[in-house]
Design a protein around this ligand. Sequence first.
Ligand code: 5GP
Length: 192
Amino acid sequence: MELLEERIRKDGVVKPGEILKVDSFLNHQMDVELFNRLGEEFKRLFADRPINKILTIEASGIGIACIVAQHFHVPVVFAKKAKSVNLDGEMYTTKIESFTHKRTYDVIVAKKFLTEDDHILIIDDFLANGCAVNGLIDLIESAGATVEGVGIVIEKGFQQGGRILRQKGIRVESLAIIESMDDRTGEIVFRH
Ligand code: 5GP
């Protein structure tokens, strides 16, 4: 998506450790007009899928997922990072390793919000090694619901997450795919 690539080139900052900082428009300060364009594009890409719910993970996925959901006219559920897992049987739980924080979280969704009748679109800001998306798929499968697809704003194509998900037959649509980036020069190359 040209508009998004231009914005990443203009405002993205490449950090050491293969981190792209986009906190001026995506995951700290949020450009809601841009999110709306991303939502339009996801709707176009997944128009053939019977999506009735969007699933994301807190925190940075929530804002994007909410604007995207307005284009699908469906609710958003966000998986919560739990400090302690309450094993009362009312929650689906999984573990997700955070790429940016290098720690593992227990992540939960209430069973009442994810059922076998659900056809889910997963939305997240970044795809790196795929831990977050795989954790969300695990929750969806625990509920017997269907993964209709995965919509990602920025995929770092030089990390393995996207390749592994596509090899499993999961439909992954990323609005920008970064082929390479260099924290010394700041250069970002996109895959087309
Ligand atoms: P994964 O679970 O695919 O390894 O990493 C994806 C998650 O880590 C995303 O939810 C995102 O919050 C965070 N993340 C991964 N790479 C980056 C990055 O380069 N920049 C930022 N801002 N977040 C990232």
